[in-house]
Design a protein around this ligand. Structure first.
Ligand code: HEM
Length: 480
């Protein structure tokens, strides 16, 4: 009797393992795939973790990485996998990526992992969907317009750039990532909260922000003292500081709701948002506008350091802009429009540097697209890096060649999506470009630099220069 039960038990165990193996490893045994038969090829990897570890394995951000490389050659540019605890379709195909982004809220929906919600808060624009997202986004677009049309907009950016660059006068070595972060943080805090860099609240927010960022990229373990838990606390403190600033502005303004001078005034005067949503909105803007833009600047400096020709051409463009204005004048919107080659450098740094490797979506229903079927409820990851580095779309795709952007209209370009696309297209793209262009203007006119060691941008998949991009610098002259 005991022997029979033993065999039965063993058979059950073997059967269960067989089933698990089938479900997780073999395409044909997965029930959804069995029914539908059309899901792309691929593998579900190991039980529970699936292929997540392989997918997240760090690689230089100007390469595809081993996981995507091997999967694309084995299964094609669209394949299925099991990532972040969910069956997933990974798309490295420009047409499918475009289709996914354009069909936001119709066939697909933004869907970031739970821990991200915990840390960004439930009202963050990155995590909200449907009507709430539309409401927040409309306000974001109004705020972008208000901020850009403020008379001091360009001047503030330039002054902050000059402030940072002039602090290098006696230095021979800097960590560029840190300097770029100081710059983009000061710019966004000025644009959003109207604070200048030497106000005590700015330093307090910056300190909390650094803790916040560490938690955002850490393992989401919510036990006291863990980076994740500290980040949640830091977010709470930033919210309190922001609330205090908002209250102070309200008091100062009194009953005057007509005079909407800047971002904070417009935000305060809107009736469409709850108090919590307003604070969350400020946090999103700070978060979105800080790390990504500083990375873009670091990418530009990194790639230019390896491309003497491109750097020469960039210098010539900025020398000509400087020569055509009086010494005491500030950069204007017309100067910015003349920075054509600079825009090519920025585009190329975005294409090669891949600051955002992919975005998170899920299928709202079964979606048929060409020969593929994307089952309802599955995670869908459009991978921008794979399209940016696809040599059938970009000649010499692995090389930094800003000239490739001459005469192109990238606004309608499916093969170049550093800022995403569709209804969630990044609202801060123009600000990021102006900041980078203005900083580069003063950098190339005032300093020569050489990258020290061989620091490379790495995709973890969040992108970082592991050594902070150390540069040897040498002043040229200290003119504006
Ligand atoms: C080089 C700099 C930047 C890059 C590469 C970048 C990239 C992106 C990408 C790819 C998305 C789409 C996310 C998705 O579809 O799930 C996005 C959204 C967003 N970005 Fe940026 N961004 C940059 C700068 C900025 C700046 C300067 C701001 C704010 C001032 C900003 C604020 C936002 C916000 C609020 C969203 C959410 C939009 C929505 O869900 O509708 N970003 N960004």
């Amino acid at each position: 009797m005991v022997g029979f039960i033993g065999i039965l038990f063993a058979a059950c165990v073997v059967g269960f393992i067989g089933l698990l193996f089938g479900l997780l490893f073999l395409d044909h045994f997965h029930p959804l795939v069995l029914n539908l038969g059309l899901a792309p090829r691929g593998s579900f990897g190991w039980p529970l973790v699936g292929e997540t570890l392989g997918f997240l394995r760090p690689h230089p951000s100007n390469t595809l990485g081993g996981f995507l490389g091997s999967h694309c050659s084995r299964y094609g540019r669209v394949f299925k996998s099991h990532l972040f605890g969910t069956p997933t379709i990974v798309s490295c195909d420009q047409e499918l990526n475009h289709f996914i982004l354009q069909n936001e809220e119709k066939l697909f929906q933004c869907s970031y992992p739970r821990p991200i919600h915990g840390i960004l808060g439930k009202s963050s624009m990155i995590v909200v969907v449907g009507e709430t997202h539309k409401r927040l986004r409309n306000l974001a677009l109004t705020l972008v317009t208000t901020t850009k049309s403020r008379p001091g907009f360009l001047h503030d950016i330039e002054s902050i750039a000059l402030h940072i660059i002039s602090s290098w006068q006696d230095k021979r070595r800097i960590f560029f990532c840190e300097e770029a972060r100081k710059f983009t943080f000061s710019v966004i805090v000025k644009q959003v909260l109207g604070l200048s860099q030497d106000e005590p609240q700015t330093a307090r927010i910056l300190e909390d922000f650094l803790t916040f960022m560490k938690g955002l990229i850490s393992f989401p373990l919510c036990i006291p003292g863990s980076p994740y838990a500290r980040a949640v606390q830091a977010r709470g403190r930033i919210s309190l500081t922001v609330k205090a600033i908002v209250e102070e502005r309200r008091r100062k303004k009194g009953g005057d709701s007509c005079n909407k001078d800047d971002f904070l005034d417009v935000l305060l005067s809107t009736n469409d948002l709850s108090e919590e949503e307003k604070v969350s909105f400020v946090l999103d803007s700070l978060l979105g506008g800080y790390e990504t833009t500083s990375l873009l600047m670091s990418m530009a400096v990194y790639f230019l350091g390896q491309s003497p020709q491109a750097l020469e051409q960039l210098k010539r463009e900025h020398q000509s802009i400087r020569d055509n204005r009086n010494k005491d004048e500030h950069l204007t919107i017309d100067d910015y429009k003349k920075m054509e080659f600079t825009q090519h450098v920025i585009n190329e740094a975005l294409r090669c540097g891949n600051i955002v490797k992919f975005v998170h979506r899920k299928a709202l229903k079964d979606v048929r697209y060409k020969e593929y079927l994307i089952p309802s409820g599955w995670k869908v990851l459009p991978v921008f890096t794979a399209v940016h580095l696809d040599s059938s779309l970009h000649e010499n795709a692995l090389h930094f060649q800003p000239q490739r952007w001459e005469g192109t209209n990238q606004a309608t370009c499916k093969k170049f999506t550093p800022f995403g696309g569709g209804p969630r297209l990044c609202p801060g793209s123009e600000l990021a470009k102006v900041e980078t262009a203005f900083f580069l203007h003063h950098l190339v006119l005032n300093f020569r630099w050489k990258t020290e060691g061989n620091d490379t941008p790495m995709a973890y998949p969040y992108v970082e220069f592991p050594s902070g991009l150390p540069l040897e610098i040498e002043p040229i002259s200290m003119e504006r």
